[in-house]
Design a protein around this ligand. Structure first.
Ligand code: ARG
Ligand code: ZN
Length: 852
């Protein structure tokens, strides 16, 4: 029943032809679009006879070869290709074809988001627009003409600079755009619509003037300020930190509501999921503002790491994504709080990537095979990829790293390259041998690092043993090479010694001369993406005294995990943890946001990851019991923290106010475990009086989980106020889908009929169905209805948008680790999905791998 073939990196072949220039004309109508594609093509491989173009679901009208109409016997229409027989060394090819963007619900290629025509071509969308050599190592100079009704589509955009505008007699108009930078087709974009615009400018370090535009649905212009500021900050940062300037006169960003991912770095014309552009204090949370800053920067940074230097093939995706995520993480760290940013990035990695890496869908950051490349825009390729670049940065140090990046840009600008080329530049300028380091690129799974300590006669020895998991196919994998930041602390927390060890062997010993037995602070800043296995009782000490904020946080987490695990084994609550927690509450010199992180209990996912066999009921029982115990023990202190930091009329976005909201909301959430009238009253008052979305969302979430009565009123009010703002409705659906209350599944099912919900819009599907599938309590309910519902939705949505469906299927990645009862229930559903006759290769790949 296999319906998808695997594609292998080892089968890579250079293109046989290349496209030099591509002139496109798009005639956009209400029912269809006609595309005229004029390419100048050259043969690269002398042995090649036929030109084979990628082409999916295209209605071919006419083909001309060097201005002669091509007779039908000269070409063959194959399943996903157009084969032009027996072509010359250099020729002009004109293809005229028809497409139906209005019917495109997959949101790949050219489609409509509301009334806006837009595109998404990475990785393989362009072949759904016109026949082409749709691969990143074919780079052409593009010229694009758009023709459309002037009333409906006054704004016409494409890559590069605008060359001309023109008017036609029939009420239509047109614009021609020219992008001087040769680029692969995945970076092609066009937009047509009736859009509002916000304008600004940026002067580059060398004095070039760049006009900046953000386009959005009319009425949303005032919500673009934060995005515009982020764009200018990113442009400046890339000049200062990497010495990279922008290279066109124009930078366009367009926000659309229907988008499969976060955003796309098309040359000179970024297209964004509106969730990563639009924000004001009334409708967006502090986390939303941060997300916008980082995604805007991410797409901007791609201009050098992605566009100027692109990938040879899609197996190299981490070349641009890992590197660009690392760049956006550093940017956010520089502009906000370094310590908080690092902890949040590590947390995000562990919540998503570690789970993936422990599952049958685990893959190296540079995979060696795939069925659907769209399934490989993963936390592994992105976030673990960024950790790998970070390790290189740590190994080289700031200066050599910059030298290496300069060499990378010098050597490969304008080319489509491999991760090996990148590593060559690092190795060359860094003066470092990376042979062993490369294993991070082709091995999968998260390594464990076992720590043994010994202290004797003034000698402290640290034995580190790497436990490298087997690959998914069962083959052995080898030990890694990585930097391990560590320190030895004395009894007052002072650093006796701090250094970066280079770990490279399966097991090795490091020794230090010290007078007294020190306390070990290990994997500082999370310098390597490994799981540290350590048994000690210094957590309370490290939580309080470590000079490294990441290790302080990590120690609080580890102590929490240890406490919850022993509760799950039937032991009483460890009062030492409770005391250590109390000490954190008492510390008043800490930054609020950081303190809020220290007060966070381990997530359900973090607990789950350490279980051999997972039963969420047991996890929730223990975690909720601990939370209630802390809330009871520290009720007064938590109320003081809440009251001191609750300033309902402030909506400032500075570190102080963001921190105050973070810590007071953390206190409120902890207190909510009491389920008391007092806490309900506080949450209700917060909902009614606060002026920020951050505060309202937390209040609603608390009410939803502990007070059906008050939440009905508050959510009703919220719905009435915001039901026409789809970005806010995402939050509404998420709160209900994440609820721990009885009856959540029934309510989620009913919400599908809500007028504000729309199965065609990925954000809404993710907010309702996606969030439910990560609501461990209800998704994993032992009656199996949660699984059945999500499986049904995967089957339905697969017919609309396979990428969305395979994203939902990701919720089943923990199948293997589940207890017998749940496992059997999941198996039934996954097998049912596989029986679907026209299942996409996207869903097939995930589900078949999970079951395997
Ligand atoms: N390159 C884009 C980014 O990371 C993501 C595009 C993903 N597209 C997709 N169809 N999976 O910024
Ligand atoms: Zn990216």
């Amino acid at each position: 029943m296999s319906r998808a073939e695997s594609i292998y990196l080892k089968d890579y072949k250079a293109p046989k032809f290349t496209v030099k220039t591509c002139d496109l004309v798009f005639e956009l109508y209400e029912e269809h679009t006609q595309v005229t594609n004029l390419m100048s093509i050259e043969r690269v491989d002398a042995g090649a006879k036929d030109l084979v173009l990628d082409s999916i679901d295209l209605e071919l009208l006419e083909i001309y070869l060097d201005d002669e109409k091509l007779p039908e016997k000269r070409y063959v229409i194959e399943d996903e290709h157009l084969r032009v027989l027996d072509v010359g060394d250099a020729f002009k090819l004109i293809i005229i074809n028809k497409i139906y963007p209005q019917l495109n619900s997959e949101l790949e290629g050219l489609y409509k988001s509301g009334n806006i025509f837009c595109t998404q071509n990475e990785p393989e969308g362009f072949r759904r627009i016109t026949p082409y050599l749709d691969r990143p190592d074919v780079m052409a100079v593009f010229k694009t003409t758009l023709v459309a009704d002037k009333e409906r589509y006054p704004v016409l955009l494409s890559n590069g600079n605008r060359e001309s505008n023109f008017k036609l007699d029939d009420g239509r108009h047109g614009a021609t755009w020219f992008d001087p930078h040769p680029k692969p087709s995945y970076l092609f974009a066009l937009v047509a619509g009736d859009l509002g615009v916000v304008q600004d400018k940026f002067v580059t370090a060398s004095g070039k003037y760049v006009r900046l535009y953000i386009y959005t649905d009319r009425g949303n212009e005032s919500k673009c300020k934060h995005a515009m500021k982020a764009l200018k900050d990113a442009m400046k940062w890339d000049e200062e930190v990497y010495g990279r300037e922008y290279d066109l006169e124009l930078y366009n960003i367009v926000a659309v509501d229907s988008f499969n991912m976060g955003a796309m770095e098309n040359k000179g014309l970024n297209i964004f999921n509106s969730a990563y552009v639009l924000a004001d204090e009334d409708s967006a949370t502090d986390a939303n503002f941060m997300g916008i800053q980082s995604v805007i920067a991410h797409e901007y940074f791609h201009n050098w790491t992605g566009n100027r230097i692109t990938c040879r093939d899609w197996f190299q995706l981490t070349l641009k994504e890992g590197l660009t995520v690392f760049r956006d993480q550093c940017f956010s760290a520089d502009l906000n709080s370094k310590e908080v940013q690092r902890i949040e990035d590590v947390d995000a990695l562990r919540e998503r990537q570690f789970v993936e890496d422990a599952s049958p869908t685990a893959h190296p950051i540079q995979p060696d095979s795939y069925m659907a490349i769209n399934n490989f825009y993963t936390a592994t390729v992105y976030e673990k990829g960024a950790e790998v670049i970070r390790m290189l940065h740590t190994l080289l140090g700031e200066q050599k790293y910059r030298k290496a990046m300069d060499l990378y840009f010098d050597a490969f600008d304008g080319q489509a390259v491999r991760t090996d080329d990148f590593l060559w530049a690092i190795s060359e300028a860094g003066g470092i041998d990376l042979e062993q380091f490369k294993r991070w690129y082709y091995q999968s799974g998260t390594p464990k690092l076992h720590v043994d300590e010994k202290f004797e006669d003034g000698k402290y020895s640290l034995t580190l043993t790497q436990k490298v998991p087997k690959a998914v196919d069962g083959s052995e994998q080898k030990p890694y090479f990585f930097p391990l930041k560590m320190a030895l602390l004395d009894e007052s927390g002072k650093e006796i010694e701090a250094k970066t060890l280079i770990v490279s062997k399966e097991s090795e010993e490091f020794t230090f001369k010290v007078e007294k037995k020190p306390v070990l602070s290990i994997n500082r800043d999370f310098s390597a993406p490994v799981i540290v296995e350590q048994s000690h009782n210094d957590y309370a000490f490290l939580m309080k005294h470590d000079t490294n904020s990441y290790v302080r946080y990590e120690s609080a987490q580890s102590f929490g995990l240890q406490t919850i695990e022993s509760m799950m084994r039937g032991k009483p609550i460890d009062e030492e943890f409770v005391n250590a927690f109390g000490h954190i509450l008492d510390e008043d010199k800490l930054d609020h946001s950081f303190k809020a992180l220290l007060m966070e209990l381990p997530s359900v996912s973090a607990i789950m990851q350490r279980q051999e066999v997972v039963d969420f009921e047991l996890i929730y029982e223990a975690k909720e019991r601990l939370q209630k115990h802390l809330a009871l023990t520290f009720k007064e202190k938590l109320l003081v923290i809440y009251n001191e930091n609750h300033t309902p009329d402030s909506k400032e976005l500075d570190a102080l106010n963001i921190g105050k909201r973070a810590i007071k909301n953390r206190a409120l959430k902890l207190l909510s475990a009491l389920e008391s009238d007092e806490v309900i009253a506080i949450a209700n008052a917060q909902y009614n009086s606060s002026v920020t979305m951050t505060d309202r969302i937390v209040a609603l979430d608390v009410l939803e989980n502990i007070s059906p009565e008050f939440s009905t009123v508050a959510l009703g009010h919220f719905y009435k106020k915001y039901n026409r703002d789809t970005l806010v409705m995402n939050k509404y659906f998420s709160i209900l889908a994440a609820s721990h209350r009885e009856g959540t599944l029934d309510r989620v099912m009913a919400l599908q009929n809500d007028p504000a919900y729309n199965e065609l819009v990925p954000n809404l599907v993710r907010s309702l169905i996606g969030v439910f599938a990560r609501n461990y309590k209800h998704f994993h309910a032992k009656d199996g209805y949660g699984y059945k519902f999500v499986a049904d939705k995967i089957i339905d949505i697969d017919k609309i948008n396979p990428q969305m469906a395979s994203g939902l299927a990701g919720a089943f990645k923990i199948y293997k680790k589940m207890n017998k009862v749940n496992k059997k229930l999941i198996k039934t559903e996954l097998e049912r999905i596989l029986l679907e006759p026209s299942l996409s290769k996207n869903v097939y790949e995930i589900v078949s791998k999970v079951l395997n």
